[in-house]
Design a protein. Sequence first.
Lengths: 41, 106
Amino acid sequence: MLLGKKVIALGERDGIPGEVIAECAKSAGAEIIFASTECFV
Amino acid sequence: MDLELQKRIKELADKNKQEKPIMIIGSADAEGAGIVAETVSIGDPSYAGPLTGVQLGLLVYHIIEPEVKKEINPQLYKEKVEIMEMVLDVESIIKEMREIREKGSG
């Protein structure tokens, strides 16, 4: 599903950070086009 | 969802129309995950941001969903995500994400 796909990694400060999501998605072969960690409060 | 962020996501989706990006999120709860997923698939539910009435149709998954988890390097997942997964309401998040995907992506 993620291999070769463009991925937007949107993490949350109180959840899983964007950089971690990006790193994980990269390990699945995805191309990260944007990564950010937000605070949705 | 932050208005600047909505604008940024819209730009990214517009720029990558040929091959729609997949969004992977890491929200701490099902409600927050649902709002983000709804905003970038069906449109901004708060009717405040640039995605109001805009159906980007992005496919959104939470990182703890099995479809995503199974594709991640297991060692990396264990080191970086598993500890958070233990404190999240995984069942509610999965349910919420599936509902939004059924409603919104295309």
